[in-house]
Design a protein around this ligand. Structure first.
Ligand SMILES: CC(C)(COP(=O)(O)OP(=O)(O)OC[C@H]1O[C@@H](n2cnc3c(N)ncnc32)[C@H](O)[C@@H]1OP(=O)(O)O)[C@@H](O)C(=O)NCCC(=O)NCCS
Length: 201
């Protein structure tokens, strides 16, 4: 009789995020592999207080990975600015509790800002550790790249601490090139040259 190979060796059986499109641009209902339900949506001004509150729940390590330097708190002015992206130049999505903005806790944020050249955008991303390793970081980066392609940008890039293996692995798996910028010890610039726009998956 022919040996039967375990299913896991023939197919990728890892649980994936289940997604349902909602009315409105960039809006989706997500069910994570751990069963948590989140709404993926553009950030809104009312999210400023949740950003500030969420910052208080981050570890010093998460703060350093995201902001590249230690910070004790997020000033209100910064939270307000981050929750009010300029629609012409900036993009920011959150994965939040399925509650109205202002009440919903925010579990993950991806953002990008078109630079002075007008041809590239710098990104930043944060997925709270409670939600990590379930595919949310990859999904947020894919949505960001879709936005960048729709804006006909030529590149997307970000600066990552060289010990940030999680972000470097994620960037590499999305096709980003990694290089050490001159005069920036400890940082790696990850950069993706964008091809022509494709349909969103
Ligand atoms: C980096 C980060 C966004 C990843 O988010 P995530 O939701 O955990 O990522 P995903 O579950 O989508 O994983 C995508 C890939 O990232 C890599 N990855 C994620 N976490 C990893 C870890 N702890 N170690 C190694 N690789 C990791 C893997 O390649 C993974 O693919 P795989 O699951 O097929 O192996 C998250 O860890 C984070 O927010 N870190 C703190 C802030 C930060 O570092 N921001 C980046 C600077 S802007």
């Amino acid at each position: 009789m022919q040996a039967v190979s375990p299913i896991s060796s023939r197919f990728d059986r890892r649980p994936r995020i289940r997604r349902q499109r909602l009315a409105g641009r960039w809006r989706e209902r997500l069910r994570l592999p751990d069963g948590r339900e989140l709404i993926l949506r553009p950030i809104e001004p009312a999210d400023a207080s949740a950003l500030q509150h969420g910052f208080g729940l981050l570890t010093p390590e998460e703060i350093r990975m995201r902001f590249l330097h230690p910070m004790k708190a997020m000033p209100e002015s910064m939270a307000r600015r981050l929750a009010n992206p300029d629609p012409k130049r900036e993009f920011a999505l959150v994965a939040a509790e399925p509650l109205p903005p202002g009440q919903a806790l925010i579990g993950a944020v991806v953002r990008a800002s078109i630079d002075a050249s007008g041809e590239g955008a710098e990104f930043a991303i944060l997925v709270a550790r409670l939600l990590a390793r379930q595919g949310l970081g990859r999904l947020l980066m894919q949505r960001l790249l879709h936005w960048a392609r729709a804006k006909r940008l030529r590149r997307v890039y970000g600066d990552v601490l060289e010990e940030n293996q999680a972000m470097l692995a994620l960037a590499r798996s999305l096709g980003f090139q990694l290089r050490h910028p001159p005069c920036e010890p400890g940082l790696i610039r990850v950069e993706l040259e964008l091809g022509p726009a494709r349909a969103r998956s």
